[in-house]
Design a protein around this ligand. Sequence first.
Ligand SMILES: [Mg+2]
Length: 228
Amino acid sequence: MKEWLMNCTNIMRLNHEENFKFSACQKTEVFGMKIGLDMDEVITSFVDTYLPYYNKNHGTDWKKEDIYSYYLYEVFGISKEEDTKSIVSFGETEEYKNMPLIEGAADGIRKLSRKNELYIITGRPFDRREITEEAIRKNFNNCFKGLFFTDFKAERGHAVPKHTICNDLGIELMIDDMPSTAEEIYNYCNIPIIMPEYPWNKNFDIHGTKISRVNGWKGIMKYCRESL
Ligand SMILES: [Mg+2]
């Protein structure tokens, strides 16, 4: 058992009905590819849901196109602690719980799950586990083999690096919108990464890497059709 798996708070069993047994270290019946998916901005629409909440509480008028960095404290000009505090309280709201899906995610994930093993690797905090599990079960029952949390905080980054999880799971393709995370995974795991384009990654230099910037889920599915 890998060290980061010892703390089982970040292991999920998504398919309770069939008593699906998931172990990252146990080789399962593999078909197609092992694909890792980030949660926010790949599956769920975090920024579009969070900005109205932040603006309402701070009397600001930030729009999605202003978000040049996913380190939101840089954009808002606040401290990392304030950033974390605001996101933690947003995590308690109904809006967070009912966060809409990214356009095309529902259809794309269902299609990809037919021939591939899908894993969610998210920076969400450990204590958002139940809410996240519920959202996944509601929208994607049986589509995912596992759900892993890295507990990202502005002050210290991911508690468990995503590249460690990718490596241990044997992920062969990752989908992630965050430039620093994509770069790290590429450097450590040398796997292709699909990056749906957003204002915070559109200027990120992908030249000479296996990172492909694409146009939303249309672009993700096009990449998969042509490459898998
Ligand atoms: Mg993301």
